[in-house]
Design a protein around this ligand. Structure first.
Ligand SMILES: C[S@@+](CC[C@H](N)C(=O)[O-])C[C@H]1O[C@@H](n2cnc3c(N)ncnc32)[C@H](O)[C@@H]1O
Length: 226
């Protein structure tokens, strides 16, 4: 898989791309990630990429021209089709099922908005879809792009060491994960549930299923309706 990110703050990305699972995914050759500085695609001699909105109003908008030029340049480098995603608080809500769907794509291009957002023509004529990471407004699309990258990359086959860990995670089968404990078996006055130290695998598996159901019913009954 290949992911291209278009942003006016390319330096923000190293914290996520150069650490942990996302780094390992790249080292294993499962994903290639490129971060592009939008200013490089500006036709302005000062590399300006924003301007005031027509009709007035506060703030600045990222202009269509450099964004179109950046996406077109990236598409030329890519073999095959690429899905162009605009990070946007007005987009479709992101979730685990969405991450799974995107993890099966060959090429993704993320456009990070900033300031008051992007010129509407980017949304209308360039983006294939718009994705929101939640009902709140962030300063830019950089953090949302990182959220998408992290959640997608760990789902690419071969990235996680133990692929079984994906089968027993929250949202898999519309359930939240069961409670987990590690050593010591008794911490302060709180012991681990007996069943987990019993060594009886059938009982442990039944306990986990029932705890996952209980937890989902308590915290996210909406998932069970699915
Ligand atoms: C300050 S926001 C612009 C908000 C816009 N004026 C509005 O009211 O819908 C700047 C940029 O941050 C990104 N952004 C902010 N919140 C986001 C969210 N919840 N999900 C995805 N992207 C978001 C988008 O790329 C957006 O263009």
């Amino acid at each position: 898989m290949r992911i291209d990110i278009i942003t006016i703050f390319p330096d923000m990305f190293s914290a996520v791309l150069d650490e942990s699972i996302v780094k390992r995914g790249q080292q294993k050759g499962r994903v290639k990630i490129f971060v592009h500085d939008l200013r490089r695609y500006s036709l302005d001699k000062h590399h300006k990429v924003d301007d005031r909105p027509f009709g007035g109003g506060s703030g600045m908008l990222l202009q269509a021209e450099p964004i179109f030029r950046a996406v077109e340049a990236v598409k030329k480098k890519i073999k095959g089709m690429a899905r162009v995603i605009l990070l946007c608080p007005q987009g479709k809500s992101f979730n685990q099922a969405y991450a799974k769907k995107l993890s099966k794509c060959g090429n993704l291009i993320f456009i990070c908005g900033h300031y008051e957002g992007v010129d509407e023509r980017v949304r209308q004529y360039l983006a294939d879809e718009e994705i929101s990471i939640g009902d709140y407004v962030l300063t830019g699309g950089e953090l949302p792009a990182m959220v998408l990258v992290d959640s997608i990359v760990r789902l690419i086959p071969g990235v996680l060491g133990d692929k079984n860990s994906l089968n027993f995670e929250s949202f898999e089968g519309n359930l939240l994960e069961y409670p987990q404990y590690s050593r010591p078996a008794k911490f302060r006055k709180w012991p681990v549930p007996d069943v987990l130290v019993s060594g009886a695998h059938n009982k442990i598996s039944a306990w986990r299923k029932s705890e996952a159901l209980k937890r989902t019913r308590q915290r996210r009954p909406d998932l069970l309706k699915k």
